[in-house]
Design a protein around this ligand. Structure first.
Ligand code: 1GP
Length: 247
């Protein structure tokens, strides 16, 4: 089932205090006929990972989009599914998200149980991920859909204890997300507090729009920086945002 290639790449980043750049693709925002160009742009910018999915996806052609992407790029594709319906074997790995910051049993374990046979037989590398939604200043799709309260933005201790609980449960990764289109991205203080105190890789996303914020998050200890929205608005930012993780 799991080859472990993506996980070992992420673990090496954590071990060496290094950083990578991931682009989040909302399959509703890039039509299949634009995917080839998009893949080429990501190759050129040296993007490290592509995340596919979102809290709400209307497009039924995720597999097709991923196939086109992979025909034009060697960048690993990780599913970031808002629901089991977005799990598709064309990707390389699955961010197997458990919403640890919420108290919605469905997103902690319920949907995992129902989809277990399909996920097991998908052939995807499974990355067990403790998913923490942090308040980003505006109601985001993830907070609405999940029926779950985000962790307050100024409560780094809550984020740390939640990440610790995930680590002790055996999660491979922690993903702290202010939600797509967040007004306020996660503070460097919170990133630093969590990163300094866990031994598993840390992914950070939500509302990141500038190379400076990408760079600051890397310094604070994020191992993967995820950007979606800002690139949907201006793909011209890609090179600069990605380059801000390479130091
Ligand atoms: C959301 O972390 C991702 O789940 C990316 O957020 O779209 O705001 O960049 P943005």
């Amino acid at each position: 089932m799991s080859t472990g290639i993506v996980l070992s790449q992420l673990q090496i980043l954590k071990k060496n205090s290094k950083h990578a750049f991931a682009v989040l693709v909302d399959p509703d925002k890039i039509a299949p006929n634009k995917m080839e160009l998009f893949a080429k742009q990501c190759n050129e910018a040296k993007v490290d990972f592509i995340f596919f999915g979102g809290s709400l996806v209307l497009n039924h052609e995720i597999g097709l989009c991923i196939n086109i992407f992979k025909q034009n790029s060697n960048i690993p594709v990780l599913l970031f599914p808002g629901s089991p319906a977005q799990v598709t074997p064309e990707a390389d790995a699955l961010l197997y998200l458990s919403l640890l910051s919420g108290r919605n049993a469905e997103l902690l374990i319920g949907q995992h149980v129902v989809s277990a046979p399909m996920v097991r037989s998908s052939g995807l590398e499974i990355l067990s991920t403790g998913y923490l939604v942090i308040d980003g200043g505006v109601p985001t799709t993830v907070s609405y859909i999940s029926h779950a309260q985000p962790i307050p933005a100024n409560k780094a201790d809550i984020a740390l204890c939640t990440a610790w609980a995930g680590e002790m449960q055996g999660k491979h990764l922690i993903y702290m997300d202010a939600g797509s289109g967040a007004q306020t991205p996660i503070s460097t203080e919170m990133i630093e507090k969590v990163s300094n105190n866990i031994t598993i890789p840390l992914i950070v996303g939500g509302g990141i729009r500038t190379p400076k914020k990408v760079h600051d998050n890397c310094i604070a200890g994020a191992n993967v920086i995820v950007v979606g929205n800002a690139l949907e608005t201006d793909m011209g930012l890609l090179q600069e945002l990605c380059a801000a993780t390479k130091f």
